[in-house]
Design a protein around this ligand. Structure first.
Ligand SMILES: [Ca+2]
Length: 278
């Protein structure tokens, strides 16, 4: 009996609990990332820009113009498991944001509002933090207002844990085969994109590339007439550019560094940066 109790206690001690590890998940951290909003209200040359919602100061507010469908968004520059978003607005004529939505997701479509998980803001209280609980992951957090005209946010705090990425951009220009060999020499493989989440993690790596395209591990076999990922995943999820792919001998897939990060068939002897996956 004693032995079982000791074993049970040691299991509990070794189980990482979300929210308890301060190194991974500071309570209510003020997020860092790239903020943006639909428009900037200005008053006496002071621009109430989007970054004022996350400057750690409750007295400074982000504030849009009086335009329908106003939105504010932050790109967390990583995928986070979000557990809570807290919003503080000091008392002001336009501070009640009841009727707005908070969305979390990985998509930039429709001004970031095409994301998968949204909550309605109801019964918003000024001069205190309003907590909204989530159990979802995403790169972008967006507050959008379909019904009210101004959107004001004085302080936004977020609780969450950053997801580890298996991907590593190599800032060297190599042919596709040399890129593959480079990854495999380090017990990795060229990256596969299998879903929206891996697409987002690859896009975060591609932002730092110094070539216009970046090699992935997707290759065409002209003897068997099909595409395959070099790590043996089958080709399910696809993100081809318009009029792609070109199916030919000695072609592999590279992702464009800018824009929508579409996929292109490229001759293997082109030299690009590449992404290894652990
Ligand atoms: Ca502020």
């Amino acid at each position: 009996m004693m032995l079982w109790s000791l074993l049970f206690m040691s299991l509990i001690a070794n189980t990482p609990l979300e929210g308890n590890n301060k190194a991974d998940c500071p309570e209510n951290f003020t997020p860092t990332g790239k903020t943006s909003q639909s428009s900037n209200y200005t008053d006496q040359k002071l621009s109430y820009s989007a970054d004022r919602a996350v400057d750690g100061n409750k007295e400074t507010c982000a504030h849009t113009l009086e335009i329908l469908s106003s939105w504010w968004s932050i790109d967390l520059l990583g995928i986070y498991n979000i557990s809570r978003i807290s919003i503080f607005n000091k008392e002001h004529k336009y501070s009640d944001i009841s009727g707005a939505h908070i969305c979390i997701g990985n998509s930039r479509e429709n001004n970031f509002t095409a994301n998968s998980m949204c909550r309605n803001i109801t019964d918003f209280h000024e001069d205190r933090y309003n907590d909204f609980y989530f159990n979802t992951s995403g790169r972008y957090i967006t507050v959008s207002s379909p019904t009210i005209k101004y959107l004001v946010l004085c302080d936004v705090k977020i609780s969450g844990i950053k997801k580890d990425s298996p991907f590593k951009l190599i800032n060297e220009k190599k042919t596709w085969e040399d890129a593959l060999n480079h990854c495999r020499a380090q017990n990795m493989d060229l990256a596969s994109i299998l879903d929206e989440e891996t697409k987002t993690l690859v896009q975060l790596e591609v932002m730092n590339a110094n070539s216009s395209f970046v090699w992935l591990g997707l290759r065409y076999t002209c003897t068997l007439n099909f595409w395959f990922w070099v790590d043996d995943h089958s080709l399910g999820y696809k993100h081809w550019a318009p009029n792609q792919p070109r199916e030919d001998c000695d072609v592999s897939v590279a992702i464009e560094t800018t824009g929508d990060h579409h996929w292109y068939s490229k001759s293997d002897n082109e030299s690009y940066n590449f992404i290894c996956a652990s």
